[in-house]
Structure formats: structure tokens, C-alpha cells
Ligand binder design. Structure first.
Ligand SMILES: Nc1ncnc2c1ncn2[C@@H]1O[C@H](COP(=O)(O)OP(=O)(O)OP(=O)(O)O)[C@@H](O)[C@H]1O
Length: 650
């Protein structure tokens, strides 16, 4: 049976699958030809180029992302630069904290990501132990039950360990570099950003952005104006992002340059993060792996509606829940298998420095569970730090229904004395005072009253100092009552972040299968929505009389915006179809001698290999409906005569 689908992942051969992707030029290692150049010392790892079908698939995924999120939700799209001044990423915390733990193998000179090293070694030991019984030579070590339990417990919460804890595991469990079995050094933090400088002077340090989010935060005021002050609203940005991964592996899954599509949904924290459209998704059942389950060393998934998950506070709020459901619908629409899908909650140590709750949409592949979309509640972190750093309030102002009286600490400087005493530094000192928070001001007020002098931190002053002493003659700190008619608040941010390359790879694994009668016949069942080419046009042979028919069909489909490809090679029709099954082309049209007689053509569907035969107008209409999603193949088969001639696939 040509069309029965061997769907089980046990029959999956990664080498066969990856060889298809290479052969059909979905993507390739960048600068590959330089590998053979004498003296070439470049490191190409984690850098990939996409070929024609890969590019078309990528573009179709991005296009669908825009429709599903940006257009559906009226999001405000921006396109921000990748080159980012150091000050911005210092304020956001990336310069100090955007790091992974790394171990060096001093003998091989290799650098390994510490958590991945522990994971790989423990998984190998567990798998060897499972195989030990079948190993006739007795080379594989069988682990006792307690050790198996210990390893499984560690793996279930591997993302929760920090550097010192990973170092302890490596030492206690004698974990070594699998490549050569050498001992590795203690983990150190490695910042993942690529650094550079701007202009010939090299005086302005910059980084290549590791995420698109910061550009969106810095444009917050303009976006708020653009949305006429209406809250909540969301911005979106798609662009290349850069991470200097310690040891890129697993093809497209961990690369150093990748396309990231991010949404920043700005919401009033006092609204309980409600979402207007939550009821549209609340019944959708999602697969969850929560924090507690992982901490207890288990990985079982519980299914429940997102409505219930928010009700019982498993998911923190409606807005986060709304996006989880929308992300699920999006990935399934692209071809993700719901049976290999889970939302995994971040463990406390794993959470990025800016996040307060985080769920990853993960897809199961031959590489294990892969995070494709990170959904984080970033609270008010980023807008607050950038406001503080720039003195520009990245806030929302709204008229209050009832004015509010607030008691607060306020510091003021004696203007007449500040200028003459501090000269050029005066502005910097005023700025430093403005940055002090209420708790600090309260403490300083007491100190000023007790000692008559306080010291406050500043940026570097003319004399090189980074703090200044202020005496009570020049500085006063007192409690005042302020009446607020306007409410000013910093919005919270819910952020779904989509790694487009990872999604592309995982979807390809999920839609890949081999025809049961011949495992060499490989198929990519990409949904028509994202398939690189929608229709293959095949003349029966290279007889010249077919050419005008094919040409006019191609033009007709193109004018409908339907991507098509002509294969007039001398290979048999079956071979030409097989080639296009590998490219995921969902439909094929054959033109033969009967076409020249009666104008009928054959339409073939990729997955079932079933065919219908009808006049050109009817077939073109069916193709248009299938591509536009208004008709399914089953409906077409019910409506048009099924072609009973010999299947070209046999
Ligand atoms: N090195 C990478 N290569 C490809 N895609 C990536 C890479 N790093 C992150 N992504 C993608 O960007 C999305 C958002 O990034 P995020 O910062 O949440 O990832 P992360 O938690 O750092 O990923 P990981 O834990 O796998 O390193 C991820 O869900 C993933 O799809």
C-alpha cells in the first residue's frame, strides 16, 4: 500500500532524514567549501544557510506567524537594529547575566556546556544500563535501582542547577568529556553575546542583540502614542538574533545566528493580567509539565483546558494562558504533532533573570524535547530598568477616578550651593539623587539626621570618584504628601518568543515518514499552508505538444499566487512525484495525451497518492480551494471523478 503512513517515531532514521534535507537543499552548513581551504581556522559550527525549499518554508512560516499573531491581534510590528549599544544591554542585565556554564577539557582543549555534559553522560549511562542485559560481551555496566532513580531525578531538573551545583555533580559522579574520557575543569560562566565596537575609534562598545525584545521596550513610548494610549497592546518584531553558543550541536536546533520572532504584550498589572479574548480559547486542552512534577523527578504530562489551568493558578494569568493556547494552535497548524507536544514550566533557577513565570512550548524529536517557543512573564523588569537608566519614564499615565494621596520620601538639593560647589558634576549628582528608590531614601534620611552627612553612588565624576558626600546644608530628605490625579504605572510584559529555525526543523521531523511498501520512498507531509511549492506540474513526457499546456497552467496558477514548479525531466512520472514528496509538495498535476484530446488533467494528492481527473477549470478551482483552505482533499474526492487509471506511484 503506497499510502499507508508508518508514523511511529521508532522507525525514524535520523541519518536518512537528514540526508534528505541535505540532498533537497533545505539547509546547509555555511561556508562549507572553506573546510577544504589550506590553513582555514574558522569555526563554522552553528552557522547555517537555507537553500530554496528551506527559504520558501521559512518565509511561509513567518508569513503565517504574521497572520496568526500580528494581524489577528492588531499587534504593532517594529523592525529594530541588531547592533545594540553596551549601555542598553548593561541596563537589561544581559552584560552581567546572559551566560551559560562552561567546562574546559584541558587535554582536548574543548569547551563543553556544563548542563549538556551532565545530561549527555547520564543519559548514556542509563541507556547502557538498559542495554546491559542484551550485551553478550558484558561490557556495558548495569546500574542499581537507586542509581537509576538518582540519575533520572537529576535529568528531570537539569535546568535548575547553577554552576557550582553542576561542578559538584561533575565531581561526585565522575563525569568526563565523552570525547576522550578526559576530566574537565570546574564550570565557569560564559557570556553568550557577540561583542564589537562602532566606528574607527573603537570607543563605543556594542553587542549583536541576543533577542529582539530590547528594541521593542525602548520604543515603548512611541508605540503607546501610536496606539493612542490604549492599553493593553502588543508589539512584535522579527529579526536575526545572535548567541555565541558554547558548543553548537544538533544542526538547526542550536545555532549562533537565528531568526527570532518575538511579541511583547504590554498589560496593566492591576488588571490581574486579564485578556479580552480568553474565553475564545479557554476550552482548548493543553499538555502541561509543571514545576512540581519536574522537581519530584517525574516528567509525566497532564492534559487540561487552559481555562482550568488559569483557574487553579497552574498558569499565572489569563494573558499568559491566552498566548499558550494561541502558540499551540499555531504550531499544530504548521504540522506539529499534538502527541509530541508539551508546555514545560521553568524551574526557579532556570528562569531568565528578567522573568517571573515561564512556560516553554516543546516538541519531541529524535534529539529529545526541544524548546521551540518560550512564553515568559517578564513583569515590569525591562521598562523599569531602562526608565531608571535614561530618566525617561517608560510608563502609562491615566486619569484616576478618585485622586490618591501618597506619603513619600523626597530628596532635594540647595540649588544655589550645588552649582558653585560641584561645578561640572552638578547635573550628574542631581541625576544620581533622582535614581534613589524609596527604601534607600528612608535610610538616607535617618543617616542625614544622625550624622549630618550622607554618601550616594554616582557615575564617574570629574575627579574619578563614583560617589559623593552631601552634607545637610546642601541636601535635605523629608517625607511629603503628594496628591495624584493621574495614575502612572509601568506595564507588565508577557512575551512569547519563537525561534523560527528550531520550529522549522522540529516540524520537518514531525511531518516526515516513509511509505510502508518502500522505506526508501520518503515523504514530508507539510501542510499546504507552509509547503514550499504547492503544485508540481508534470508532462507525461518531453513531447513538444505538452509544453504550451504546461506553460499556460503554470501562468494561470502563478496569477492566482500559487507557487508551482514544472518537472519536465526524463525521469518516470513516479520518480518525479517521489522527488517532490521529499520536498513536501502537496499536489501534482499530470498532463498526458488525453489532455490534448479532451482537455482533462489529473490531480494527485501527496499523502494518499490518490488522483482525480477533470477539466482544467475544475482542477484549477480545486487547487485554489485546497491552497486557500476552503476545501479539503476528501471533499475534492467526493466532488470530482476519481482517476481509476494505473497509479503512477507504483
Ligand atoms: N542557539 C539557538 N539556536 C536556535 N534557536 C534558539 C537558540 N537559542 C534560542 N533559540 C530560540 O529562541 C527562543 C527564545 O529564546 P530563549 O531565550 O527563551 O531560549 P533559551 O531558553 O535560552 O534556549 P536554550 O535553553 O535552549 O538555550 C527559543 O524558544 C528557541 O526557539
Amino acid at each position: 500500500m503506497a499510502n499507508s503512513r508508518a508514523s511511529s517515531s521508532e522507525s525514524f532514521s535520523r541519518s536518512q532524514f537528514e540526508s534528505l534535507l541535505k540532498r533537497r537543499f533545505f539547509y546547509t552548513e555555511a561556508f562549507e567549501v572553506y573546510r577544504t581551504a589550506p590553513n582555514y581556522k574558522g569555526d563554522n559550527r552553528g552557522l547555517y544557510d537555507y537553500g530554496p525549499p528551506g527559504c520558501a518554508l521559512l518565509a511561509n512560516i513567518v508569513n503565517e506567524w504574521r497572520k496568526h499573531f500580528v494581524i489577528e491581534e492588531n499587534m504593532l510590528e517594529v523592525d529594530c537594529t541588531a547592533i545594540t549599544p553596551e549601555a542598553v544591554l548593561k541596563a537589561s542585565g544581559h552584560v552581567d547575566k546572559f551566560a551559560d556554564w562552561m567546562c574546559r577539557d584541558p587535554v582536548k582543549g574543548e569547551y563543553l556546556r556544563a548542563d549538556h555534559l551532565v545530561e549527555t553522560v547520564l543519559e548514556t549511562r542509563l541507556s547502557n544500563s538498559r542495554m546491559a542485559g542484551k550485551d553478550s560481551k558484558g561490557k556495558l555496566e548495569r546500574l542499581d535501582d537507586a542509581t537509576v532513580g538518582q540519575y533520572e531525578g537529576i535529568l528531570a531538573k537539569i535546568d535548575n542547577y547553577d554552576g557550582p551545583e553542576l561542578g559538584k555533580l561533575i565531581k561526585d559522579l565522575d563525569i568526563r568529556n565523552p570525547n576522550g574520557n578526559g576530566k574537565v575543569e570546574h564550570p565557569t560562566a560564559f557570556n553568550l553575546m557577540f561583542a564589537s565596537t562602532i566606528g574607527p575609534s573603537s570607543a563605543s562598545p556594542v553587542y549583536f542583540r541576543p533577542e529582539t525584545a530590547q528594541g521593542q521596550f525602548l520604543n515603548f513610548r512611541k508605540l503607546l502614542d501610536y496606539s493612542q494610549g490604549t492599553m493593553p497592546f502588543a508589539s512584535a518584531c522579527i529579526g536575526k538574533s545572535y548567541r555565541n553558543e558554547i558548543s553548537p550541536r544538533s544542526g538547526l536546533l542550536r545555532v549562533r545566528e537565528f531568526l527570532l520572532a518575538e511579541i511583547e504584550h504590554f498589560v496593566d498589572p492591576e488588571s490581574n493580567k486579564r485578556h479580552d479574548r480568553f474565553d475564545e480559547v479557554s476550552d482548548i486542552k493543553l499538555p502541561f509539565l509543571d514545576k512540581e512534577t519536574q522537581l519530584s523527578g517525574r516528567t509525566d504530562i497532564s492534559h487540561m483546558s487552559i481555562g482550568k489551568a488559569v483557574d487553579i493558578k497552574l498558569v499565572n494569568n489569563e494573558t499568559l494562558g491566552y498566548f499558550l493556547a494561541r502558540v499551540y494552535l499555531f504550531l499544530v497548524k504548521l504540522g506539529a504533532d499534538p502527541g509530541r507536544f508539551r508546555f514545560r514550566q521553568h524551574l526557579d533557577n532556570e528562569m531568565a533573570h528578567y522573568a517571573c513565570d515561564c512556560w516553554d512550548a516543546e516538541l519531541l524529536t529524535s534529539y529529545g524535547w526541544i524548546e521551540c517557543v518560550g512564553c515568559a512573564d517578564r513583569s515590569a523588569y525591562d521598562l523599569t530598568v531602562h526608565s531608571r537608566e535614561t530618566g525617561t519614564p517608560l510608563t502609562v499615565r491615566e486619569v484616576r477616578a478618585t485622586p490618591l494621596e501618597i506619603r513619600e520620601w523626597r530628596a532635594s538639593l540647595e540649588k544655589k550651593l550645588v552649582g558653585p560647589r560641584f561645578k561640572k558634576d552638578a547635573k550628574m549628582i542631581e541625576f544620581a539623587i533622582g535614581k534613589l528608590d524609596q527604601d534607600t531614601l528612608e535610610g538616607l534620611a535617618k543617616e542625614l539626621a544622625d550624622k549630618g552627612v550622607i554618601t550616594i553612588p554616582t557615575d564617574e565624576l570629574a575627579n574619578g570618584a563614583t560617589s559623593v558626600e552631601l552634607s545637610s546644608d546642601i541636601c535635605s530628605i523629608e517625607q511629603v504628601t503628594r496628591v495624584e490625579n493621574m495614575r502612572e504605572y509601568t506595564p507588565n510584559v508577557i512575551e512569547p518568543a519563537f525561534g523560527i529555525g528550531r520550529i522549522l526543523y522540529c516540524i520537518l521531523e514531525h511531518v516526515y515518514w516513509n511509505r510502508a511498501h518502500d522505506t526508501a520512498r520518503e515523504v514530508l507531509s507539510l501542510p499546504i499552508l507552509v509547503a514550499p511549492t504547492k503544485v508540481l506540474l508534470v508532462p507525461l513526457s518531453n513531447n513538444a505538444s505538452f509544453k504550451p499546456v504546461i506553460k499556460s497552467l503554470a501562468t494561470r496558477l502563478r496569477s492566482l499566487g500559487i507557487a508551482n514548479n514544472v518537472d519536465s525531466s526524463s525521469a518516470s512520472i513516479g520518480r518525479r512525484y517521489a522527488r517532490n514528496d521529499e520536498l513536501g509538495t502537496p499536489l501534482g498535476i499530470t498532463v498526458d495525451f488525453d489532455t490534448l484530446q479532451d482537455g482533462s488533467i489529473t490531480l494527485r494528492e501527496r499523502d494518499s497518492t490518490a488522483q482525480v481527473r477533470a477539466f482544467e477549470d475544475e482542477i484549477v478551482e480545486a487547487v485554489r480551494n485546497l491552497v486557500g483552505g476552503s476545501e479539503t482533499w476528501e471533499e475534492v474526492v467526493r466532488r470530482l471523478p476519481v482517476f481509476m487509471g494505473q497509479s503512477q506511484d507504483d
